[in-house]
Design a protein around this ligand. Structure first.
Ligand code: ADP
Length: 275
């Protein structure tokens, strides 16, 4: 049993835990990794997709589950917006995105359809995405979580076996407050935190100078404060934004790009935890 799996099962066995949840693993994958941010717009989806391709470049079999029911971004990020095939209208086949198995509410209802739903409908959609998709032979599913601590987070915390979470943030104080809330949420729900990522860390100008637009060092400091691993920094880089807008993730289209290499380092750190 891997370190993380052992920690998880010990956690659910602890005495005095107020309520025991039966967490069901997602079928068709060895490990399920959440990418989370307490605040929107910090680059969580961009990170999740590029991490997935960086893991694929290391020879892993990877899937991406876009769990953001209200704001799905996976179809855009992989440049595909097609209706998934189904098996007798019941189980759903993942959509292929450059060799990665992908699923998103965006494929099922269309990217621009607004989801005006109450909590129970969200929970039911998450159940569909985690139970009815025919993921096949995966090492990892990267789950792109919506921001915050709502119904989706609660459903994952109570019902789905998650092997670890990565928290993405920008370094400014406003975002860090939310990160601290996110850490406490994972601690409370006994989901192992793999580590923290500092996105949009700095911008390197043509003059070679690094501009710390969103401040400096905050994510690393927060990781230390909560005794969590700091997994790395991703700069604010125009090529990453352009690649995302084109639906061609940078780590897939330019795996040797300086930013892609940073994702490779992070992917290595993550995969080493699941050997
Ligand atoms: P979130 O999932 O946290 O809401 P997104 O991944 O959608 O955030 O990113 C928000 C915007 O910022 C997108 O336009 C994305 O392309 C851009 N972006 C994210 N990270 C970076 C980065 N490191 N450098 C440049 N642009 C980025």
């Amino acid at each position: 049993m891997s370190d993380i799996k052992e920690k998880m099962s010990n956690a659910t066995k602890q005495k005095g835990e107020p309520k025991k949840f039966i967490r069901t693993p997602i079928k068709g994958t060895k490990y399920t990794i959440m990418v989370s941010s307490a605040k929107g717009g910090v680059g969580k989806s961009t990170f999740a997709v590029n991490l997935a391709f960086a893991l694929k470049n290391l020879g892993k079999k990877v899937g991406i589950l876009d769990a953001d029911i209200f704001g799905p971004s996976l179809p855009k990020l992989i440049g595909k917006n097609i209706k998934p095939e189904t098996e007798n209208g019941k189980a759903i086949f993942p959509v292929d995105g450059y060799g990665i198995q992908c699923m998103s509410m965006g494929f099922l209802v269309g990217e621009t359809t607004p989801m005006i739903w109450r909590g129970p409908m969200v929970i039911s959609a998450i159940k569909t995405l985690t139970e009815k998709v025919l993921w096949k032979d995966l090492d990892y599913i990267i789950v792109d979580m919506p921001p915050g601590t709502g119904d989706t987070q609660l459903t994952f915390a109570q019902d789905i076996m998650v092997d670890g979470a990565i928290i993405v943030s920008t370094p400014q104080d406003m975002a860090l407050l939310d990160v601290k809330r996110g850490i406490q949420m994972f601690n409370k729900t006994k989901i192992n935190i793999i580590g923290l990522i500092d996105n949009m860390s700095f911008f390197k100008g043509d003059d070679g100078k690094k501009y710390k637009i969103f401040g400096e060092g905050g994510v690393e400091k927060t990781a230390k404060e909560f005794n969590k691993e700091f997994l790395g920094k991703i700069p604010l880089h125009q090529d990453l934004r352009i690649a995302s807008d084109k639906g061609l993730p940078l780590t897939h289209s330019s795996p040797e790009h300086e930013v892609s290499l940073l994702f490779t380092d992070i992917a290595k750190k993550v995969s080493e935890k699941f050997i």
